[in-house]
Design a protein around this ligand. Sequence first.
Ligand code: FES
Length: 281
Amino acid sequence: MIELTHDCSCENNPLVPTVCKVIEITEETSDVKSFRVQTLDGALPFRFVPGQLGMLGIVEHGECMFCVSMGGADWLEFTVKKVGTVTERLHLLYPGSQVIVRGPYGNAWPVEQCKGHNMLFIAGGIGLPPVRTFLLHTLAFRADYGRIDLVYSASTKADLVFKEQLFDLWPAEPNTHIHVSVYRPSEDWEGPVEYTAPFLTSLGLDISHTTAVLCGGPSLYRTCSKALAEMGVPDDHILTTLEMRMKCGIGKCGRCNVGSKYICLDGPVFTQAEVNAMLKD
Ligand code: FES
């Protein structure tokens, strides 16, 4: 049984903003960009563990909560979809722009407890960035994990994020299988055309000793958690992050409660068993 820890304390005070600079921008799709940031003196904005989030913002325009999608020794990366006023402003940034960063927030993916497991990562569209730090951790400590599968779908080829990693880097890792599908194919798409849940079941995976990690929209979540249950994956071996519900991150705004739980204080990473219990509260 996987029991999630909520002790992800670190030396940073997530209420105190740090002025940072954008050092690199990657245009993932027409409405998704990844921003690599570091402090003005070239240091890591805050220490994090896979699954945690941070605030990224601009002084005059406000800030929003995003999962850290990747991290290096002296930088963090946030992957931002343009969906509102603040994210539209963030998309106008350029290398050298100043931003404010706060964090970390939330608990973490249970990377230690999953050692020895086969890992099945399932993501849809912009659901891949919150999963990426966990996937990268398993690849960095490859010998600690069994077979790794990533099942990733988006509406069209143009909506796939992290294309270089999806098509070049990750498939080259040992015992790592990357399955990418779209459900509205363009003429130049040669891969599978499929929704995620049926694609998942068609793979015929041996799910024994497997932990599934799931992140996507409500439809993907509903259909894939049902498919995983039918495949025999126990509820406490299905992990998800509900990070999209987080706003203030510190239990003050009341935006994230489900039943008696606060996503920001008790999560955002939960097992399916915990989600089921929350929905019954
Ligand atoms: S995000 Fe504000 S209370 Fe949880």
